[in-house]
Design a protein around this ligand. Structure first.
Ligand SMILES: NC(=O)c1ccc[n+]([C@@H]2O[C@H](COP(=O)([O-])OP(=O)(O)OC[C@H]3O[C@@H](n4cnc5c(N)ncnc54)[C@H](OP(=O)(O)O)[C@@H]3O)[C@@H](O)[C@H]2O)c1
Length: 281
């Protein structure tokens, strides 16, 4: 299969392009190759490449900055996916796109499923939700909602920030009242490869590691696996931090639908172990 990966310079995009090469003919495109906010340029580019699948790893990810830069957020997170959906339809390609847990309000008491109603609380979250809808305009689509991505080459995630602080013995503020189901990039790539390979039913899937934890518990697990002291971890409340864009407090997602489609995401503890061991699936 010929697979076009756009957003290939990002943390997920880099890993995606590198790992799909073993299985597919991969064309990795960065912003320098095609700016996804240009409608005609994207259509021309996609027609020239003529892929069987497009994997969209591009995004405007400045969550707080989006409150000020709504136009930029919507251009990349909502209208670029619309253009990609149209281009995918023109060449009859499957389109894979990534969403976020931020589409939920974070007030639930059990993990959100794909059937739960989104209630985005920020401009970033709204732009990402509209992007999901745009992608769903093309029948042959997968939207994978991911969360707190970690394991990228640039090590810029919250998990990596905690790992670095615990290793160095410096202070790592961690929320004791914010719950996450993080997504290990290796597992997101493997899930994507599975969907491409098996042609599972199209639609929306939560693509997070199995289980959930507070950021404090995640930090404790990191310290345990590293064999380091937990003393670095400084528990803080979400209420103590003023973000321009509100974050969902309870962001546990259920990945049961993905499991029913044949791909069981490993537990987050297993993902942390593999990440810290430097192993990949
Ligand atoms: N990171 C997380 O924790 C997280 C959480 C939930 C959901 N997600 C979703 O997961 C996906 C991957 O995220 P990520 O963390 O890998 O993102 P990332 O590292 O920020 O990479 C995003 C990429 O998109 C590219 N891009 C932005 N605007 C573009 C444009 N106009 N044309 C072409 N390319 C453009 C950027 O190019 P430049 O390098 O040139 O800027 C960058 O390489 C996204 O859909 C994101 O919303 C991520």
């Amino acid at each position: 299969m010929k697979v076009l990966v756009v957003g290939a310079a990002g943390q997920l995009g880099q890993a995606m392009a590198a790992r799909l090469v073993g299985e597919h003919q991969v064309v990795a495109a960065t912003r320098a190759d095609v700016d996804l906010t240009g409608y005609a340029a994207v259509l021309e580019f996609v027609q020239r490449v003529a892929p069987n699948a497009i994997v969209n790893c591009a995004s405007y990810n400045d969550v707080d900055g989006s409150e000020q830069h709504q136009q930029q957020a919507f251009a990349v997170n909502a209208f670029a996916p619309r253009t990609l959906a149209r281009a995918a339809e023109v060449v009859d390609a499957t389109l894979i796109h990534y969403g976020t847990d931020f589409v939920y309000a974070g007030t639930a008491s059990q993990p959100y499923s794909e059937d739960d109603l989104p209630e985005p609380q920020s401009v970033y979250a709204q732009s990402k939700l509209v992007g999901e809808w745009m992608v769903a305009d093309w029948r042959k689509h997968y939207v994978l909602r991911v969360e707190s991505l970690f394991g990228g080459r640039r090590a810029k995630s919250s998990v990596d920030r905690i790992v670095a602080a615990v290793r160095a013995g410096t202070e790592a503020p961690v929320f004791f009242d914010r719950v996450t189901s993080p997504s290990f990039i290796d597992d997101v790539v493997a899930a994507t490869a599975h969907l491409l390979r098996t042609e599972a039913p199209f639609g929306l899937y939560h693509c997070v590691n199995t289980g959930h934890a507070t950021w404090l518990d995640l930090g404790k697990e990191i310290a345990r696996v590293l064999g380091c002291s937990e003393a670095s971890l400084k528990p803080v409340s979400v209420d103590a931090v003023k973000f321009a864009a509100p974050r969902p407090r309870y962001a546990a997602l259920s990945n049961q639908k993905l499991a029913a489609a044949g791909f069981t995401m490993p537990t987050w503890q297993d993902a942390i172990r593999r990440h810290l061991g430097g192993h990949t699936r």
